[in-house]
Design a protein. Structure first.
Length: 119
């Protein structure tokens, strides 16, 4: 667990391959980046709720599925993971964020399901 996760009480983190495996097994991938980052590219099937809106959207998130949280580098998603864990969700941070996702060779798409970039 990284120092930021420890400081925030944000549960455990996973690498991109484990995150992909969790999502393929039914976990929800929650992207907490800003709108411009999301539009540039995101993981297929991810749900977008910017970090600044997350607290107000907790009621719309499924409580019966594990949540894998991602941002660009893993810092915002660590804060989001901490909020989710404190709110009773089973949540894990994607360590390294979308940068790690891309480095692992995992797909990134845009809203039009065309290849995207992670910013």
């Amino acid at each position: 667990m990284g120092w930021l996760q420890k400081k925030l009480g944000g549960g455990q983190g996973v690498g991109p391959k484990e995150a992909d495996s969790l999502v393929r097994s039914g976990a929800m991938l929650l992207d907490v980046r800003e709108q411009t980052e999301w539009h540039a590219g995101h993981a297929p099937g991810a749900r977008h709720v910017p970090l600044g809106h997350l607290e107000g959207k907790l009621g719309a998130l499924p409580r019966d599925r594990r949540v894998v949280v991602v941002c660009r580098s893993g810092n915002r998603s660590a804060r989001a993971t901490a909020l989710l864990v404190r709110s009773g969700f089973e949540a894990v941070n994607l360590n390294g964020g979308m940068q790690a996702w891309v480095a692992a060779g995992l797909p990134v798409e845009t809203e039009r399901a065309t290849p995207g970039t992670a910013v």
